[in-house]
Structures are given as structure tokens and as C-alpha cells.
Design a protein around this ligand. Structure first.
Ligand code: P6P
Length: 284
């Protein structure tokens, strides 16, 4: 396998993810049932999760310069030779399949062996299966939105979070929120409109489109929250920061959180800089 510049590999990874998107979307209708399996995070697995994971593993490990593939659905990393490491949440928000609500795919490209820190990211992308299929991607600090038409990504221009925030979406149950987050939520709820749909990709896309803040915070029963650092938090944080926003685990950028375990969870807060800064000052 040739030694390729990470940026060139990222470009091919984004093309491969876009090419797989229509096949994943077309494969959803017949795969809404659960299979008798749980993923490393202890979540039940849909046939659609398995299908998307197998497809993306094959397509992404075939990219020249990809040396490893890891996904939320797999215990360990798949070795693919030399090159960058790709993490994947193949079908983020797959529980929305039953209710026919939006969901997506999240991909991180790390120029390091896994588990790797967000500072090792050289690219990240999400695919949003909404009324149309779109992609948000960041490479070298620049975020771009694409329409994915027939498996090809067509640029819609720079992805930039609006200065004036409009929406918020907070996961977890209210009684589970620690007091400091609950106080922050009270303030934000009086300022912004609620937009929460249960799929991080779709909820963060709302924040990137309309401005605001998304959080799946630390919970009383789960101090590390629910979302996975390498598969969801860091890649989406990389995109939001490239779009002019901020990410935080409550005290620091998600890109600065040490990665010790492949499937470690992290509290996730993403959105306009001032809203995330206000949050951090409450939680610090
Ligand atoms: P809840 C989907 O299962 C997911 O991992 C994220 O996409 C989403 O933000 C969160 O969990 C939703 O969790 O507790 O609201 O169902």
C-alpha cells in the first residue's frame, strides 16, 4: 500500500462514504428488525446497523491509505494494513428507523493508531438521511456541506454556524441532569426553541443550520454521558469547530479529551461558541 498524504486519503474516504450512502438508504426498509446481538456499548443491534457496518467496513478498508477500521458495532479494530485509522458510527440514531425519523452515519479519520485523540483527526464527516441525503465534512479546519446525489457529493458551499443561535437539543431525562447542567438548561430554554430528534447527526445539523447548542450531558447515573468519544463526540466536534462553533466535554474541547478506550463515552456539548463557553463556566 502506498504512503499517501492524509488529506488525499480523506478525500477518497469521503467519496467512498458518499458512494455507500444510497445503498445504505435503500437497504433500510427491509432491516428494521432487531437481531439477537448487542454492540460493545450494550445496545441492541438492528439488522440495518449490521448491514451499514459491513458495507462501510468493506468500502473504507478498500481505500488506499486506510490502515484500520473501527465501528461502534465492533469490539475491536479491523486491521487493513498501513495508513490512517477510520472510525464509524454506521447508523447513528438507528432507533429512529422504527418511527421513520432522520438518522445518519458519522466517520472520523485519525492519522494515528486507535484509540486516538481528537487532535489526531485529519478529517471527519456525517451523512444525514433526511428528506434528502446530505453530508457535512471537515478537512484541514474547513467545513463544507454537500448534497449526496446518486452517491456523488456535490458541494453546497461552506458549512458555517450562524452567529445568532435559534435552537437547542438536550439528551437524557431531565431528572438525570446534574444541577449545574439543569440550571444552564433552564436559561437556554427561555432563550431558544427546542429541536431534539434522538439522532445526534440530525440534531447537530439543526444547530449548524440555525445556530444554537446540542448536548448529551453527563447524567447522574452516567457521569460520562451516553455518546462515544471516538465515534461521535470527537468527529462531530471537529466538524462543529471547523464550522466556527465550539465543542466541550464540560471543561475542554472534545478534541483535547484523552482517548484511553476505543468505546469510551464522553459528555458532549456542541454549538455556538458563546453558548458553549457559558456552559463551561457553569460546569467548571
Ligand atoms: P436518547 C442514538 O442512539 C444516539 O447514540 C445519538 O445519535 C443520539 O444523540 C442519542 O443516542 C439519543 O439518545 O437517550 O435520546 O435516545
Amino acid at each position: 500500500m502506498t504512503e499517501r498524504a492524509p488529506a488525499a486519503v480523506v478525500d477518497d474516504v469521503l467519496d467512498a462514504v458518499a458512494a455507500a450512502a444510497p445503498e445504505i438508504r435503500d437497504g433500510l426498509p427491509g432491516r428494521r428488525r432487531h437481531i439477537d446481538d448487542t454492540n460493545p456499548s450494550g445496545e441492541t443491534v438492528l439488522a440495518a446497523d449490521d448491514f451499514a457496518d459491513d458495507l462501510l467496513e468493506r468500502r473504507l478498508t478498500a481505500v488506499d491509505g486506510v490502515g484500520a477500521y473501527a465501528s461502534e458495532e465492533r469490539e475491536s479494530v479491523v486491521d487493513a494494513g498501513d495508513g490512517v485509522s477510520v472510525t464509524c458510527d454506521p447508523l447513528d440514531g438507528s432507533s429512529n428507523l422504527k418511527s421513520n425519523n432522520p438518522m445518519g452515519t458519522v466517520v472520523g479519520v485519525y492519522d494515528a493508531a486507535l484509540p486516538a485523540s481528537g487532535r489526531d483527526l485529519v478529517g471527519a464527516a456525517y451523512v444525514l438521511f433526511g428528506p434528502v441525503t446530505t453530508m457535512g465534512a471537515a478537512v484541514d479546519g474547513e467545513a463544507t456541506e454537500y448534497l449526496v446525489d446518486d452517491g456523488v457529493r456535490d458541494s453546497l458551499g461552506a458549512l458555517t454556524i450562524p452567529d445568532d443561535p435559534t435552537v437547542y437539543g438536550f439528551g437524557g431525562r431531565v431528572p438525570e441532569w446534574p444541577g449545574d447542567f439543569a440550571a444552564y438548561a433552564d436559561a437556554v430554554e427561555s432563550e431558544l426553541k427546542l429541536r431534539y430528534g434522538g439522532a445526534m447527526v440530525a440534531d447537530v445539523a439543526q444547530v449548524l443550520t440555525y445556530g444554537g447548542v446540542f448536548a448529551y450531558p453527563a447524567l447522574r447515573s452516567a457521569p460520562d454521558g451516553k455518546l462515544r468519544l471516538l465515534f461521535e463526540g470527537a468527529p462531530m466536534g471537529y466538524i462543529v469547530e471547523a464550522a466556527g462553533g465550539r465543542s466541550s466535554d464540560g471543561t475542554r474541547s472534545l478534541l483535547d479529551v484523552d482517548a484511553d478506550d476505543l468505546h469510551q463515552r464522553v459528555p458532549v456539548h456542541l454549538g455556538n461558541a458563546d453558548l458553549v463557553t457559558r456552559l463551561q463556566s457553569r460546569l467548571d
